[in-house]
Design a protein around this ligand. Structure first.
Ligand code: FES
Length: 637
């Protein structure tokens, strides 16, 4: 633990920390472009100069390249260091366009920030700038090579961190070019991270280009709903349209990155065919009227068929709050059936995960990155949970051996680009006992996870890959509330009608079963055959909780107001000369609140917060905290 002094402040840092990181740890920001916490140092940009006043090293030094050592006395404000940094910025800007006011990266550009902070405001160079031809890199990433400052972050991420081979750096004489051999869409499923990692605007999100400045966005900390991993994100919206999503750092989970599936998933939220209008028998009505009609029909249904004939169906893609309220509704109505999963096979793995995982044997993405042996069982990992595949790559880069058991992806070229692996017939062929921190990743096709645990030594950690962001939460509720799969409920022949909340149920249900109401934000087949349609908010239009694959509860926050994007307003709706506080298409509620309103119509009970009783500890979570749910629903941070 070396101790050093930076700008007259004493600091003690772990071995291996560089001077730049040591300064950051006490809130001193040294300008930097090529250094990145996830990629380490490259020494390419030379902008992180500091003056070493005393100790083992003296003089002007690059702080990212210098390991912190005992006795160092560092000045970041020394005149010589300032002058060096200012010169570096000036020569980086020689070939860079001076076009911040019209640049699409303006406002979220590290180069702009450090140029202004360093005081470089007047261009002295009046020669010709070096220019490049840009490439077409696909529908999602825009390429603007003239902005490049040769920090090498992009290629270090793309090739080293993410294993991509179709993008790299090419050089001839004084010209260095970052791109592909020829035009074409980037092939890596993690290519969108180039947007976040580039410290200037060489790579920008084409899907949001010129739609807003950074300060125009509505944004909030969120959780990706794309799979069960719970990667942390920051979605950004403007005028009720979700425009882009960036990665949010979480060292336990996704680190600094997210996959392209999670990043470029805006379309369904903004889709014109998204349900935004409450309907009763196909007729547009207000949400209040639809809820009144549902309360009335429910009472008639219960009188006619009895509560045994009613099923309440939640969903692993719905927030924990919505699913808790599904359980409350079942309890209130005495409904015969409660379901959280459509198909039995979707329910088996989450329920097994809930029964097998405990505080010491669950593996986070970080646990996988640190493993010295990884076994992937019955899982197309790149398809099912791309960020977990990226975590396995980091383990492999650090020397871990990777074994595949029962996977169908061994011949998948993109999978092989990420990490080398050995296919073996069974777990017995994996040298688990020789490893000190082994992890087994169990996929959705795994037949007997309990047998896996029984065969693994005590040091082994487990990661279960599920399909939806709240599969684990639903499995806990399923166990606690005695839920069954919808498939099973239909097979026993008692169900005559049901209420579905964000549920993915098969369209070919037996004709005798009534869909009394369907609440959803996706235009599902169920919505089309439902008597009453209740449109609900998406995860970016509400606060809520998802429980990820390891049982980690994380809160997501409301990013934007629900309602039709201004861009999508039809001439009948916009422009209007009438001033109104009502947002067109803004009559939406989160699914949990729809159930609360229904319960209020059926009884006198008012539920203001579903996170009460055993779930109360989750109510105090914020975007920086999470809780690992244990078997007993006790929590650990
Ligand atoms: Fe140190 Fe680039 S950040 S040389």
């Amino acid at each position: 633990m070396p101790k050093l002094i930076i700008d007259n402040q004493s600091v003690e840092v772990p071995d291996g920390t560089n001077v730049l990181e040591a300064a950051r740890s006490i809130g001193i920001v040294i300008p930097h472009f090529c250094w990145h916490p996830a990629l380490g140092k490259a020494g390419a940009c030379r902008v992180c100069a500091v003056k070493m006043l005393d100790g083992p090293v003296k003089g002007l030094q690059m702080s990212c390249m210098l390991p912190a050592q005992d006795g160092m006395v560092v000045s970041t404000t020394d005149e010589e260091a300032r002058a060096m940094r200012k010169s570096v910025i000036e020569w980086l800007m020689i070939n860079h366009p001076h076009d911040c006011p019209v640049c699409d990266e303006g406002g979220e550009c590290q180069l702009q920030d450090f140029t202004i902070a360093g005081g470089h405001g007047i261009r002295r160079y009046d020669g010709r700038k070096r220019t490049h031809v840009n490439q077409y890199l696909g529908q999602q990433i825009e390429h603007e090579m003239n902005r490049c400052i040769q920090c090498y972050r992009c290629v270090r991420f793309y090739q080293e961190y993410a294993g991509g081979t179709d993008f790299g750096v090419m050089g001839r004489a004084a010209s260095v070019y970052f791109g592909r051999q020829q035009d074409g869409a980037l092939e890596s499923p993690f290519s969108g991270n180039l947007v976040d990692i580039c410290p200037t605007g060489v790579f920008t999100d084409k899907t949001a280009r010129f739609r807003a400045r950074y300060w125009d966005y509505d944004m909030a900390p969120s959780i990706c709903p794309g799979c069960s991993l719970g990667c942390n994100t920051i979605p950004m919206a403007r005028y009720r349209e979700l425009l882009k999503t960036t990665a949010r750092r979480n060292d336990q989970i996704n680190g600094w990155f997210i996959c392209d599936r999670g990043r470029f998933a805006n379309a369904p939220v903004n889709a014109p065919d998204r349900p935004r209008q409450a309907l009763v028998d196909g007729m547009p009505v207000s949400m209040d009227t639809a809820l009144d009609a549902l309360a009335e029909r429910l009472s008639e249904f219960l009188e006619l068929h009895g509560p045994e004939a009613l099923a309440i169906v939640g969903s692993p893609r719905m927030s924990l709050e919505g699913n808790i309220m599904a359980g409350r509704l079942k309890e209130l109505l005495g409904a015969g059936t409660l379901c959280f999963f459509g198909q039995e096979h979707n329910e088996t793995l989450p329920r097994t995960a809930v029964s097998l995982l405990h505080a010491t044997n669950r593996a986070s993405q970080d646990g996988v990155r640190r493993a010295d042996l990884v076994v992937i069982m019955a899982c197309d990992i790149l398809e099912t949970a791309p960020m977990m595949a990226l975590a396995v790559r980091q383990a492999w880069r650090n020397g871990a051996h990777v074994f595949l058991v029962g996977c169908g992806t061994t011949s998948d070229a993109s999978h092989e680009q990420l990490f080398e692996s050995v296919s073996v017939p069974s777990l017995a062929d994996v040298p688990l006992l020789k490893a000190t921190s082994p992890v087994i990743i169990c996929g959705p096709q795994l037949q007997n996870p309990a047998a896996v645990l029984a065969a693994a030594p005590g040091t082994t950690k487990l990661a279960f890959i599920m399909e939806h962001p709240n599969s684990f939460g639903c499995a806990i509720l399923s166990r606690d509330l005695g839920a069954i799969s919808f498939q099973e409920a239909v097979a026993n022949g008692k169900v005559k009608g049901f209420i579905a909340l964000e549920s993915d149920l098969p369209a070919d249900l037996p004709s005798g079963i009534r869909v009394l109401a369907a609440a959803d934000w996706l235009p599902s087949g169920l919505i089309k055959r439902s008597e009453i349609v209740l449109p609900v908010t998406t995860w970016v239009e509400m606060d809520g909780t998802f429980v990820n694959h390891e049982g980690r509860a994380q809160r997501f926050s409301q990013v934007m107001q629900p309602g039709l994007p201004i861009k999508g307003l039809t001439p009948e709706l916009h422009p209007t000369r009438m001033h109104s506080h009502d947002i067109p298409g803004g009559d939406l509620l989160p699914a949990w609140q729809i159930v609360t309103e229904l319960i209020l119509r059926l009884s006198t009970e008012r539920i203001d917060d579903p996170l009460s009783g055993p779930w109360a500890p989750l109510a105090s979570l914020d975007s920086d905290t999470s809780l690992l749910l244990s078997d007993e629903r006790n929590t650990s941070s």
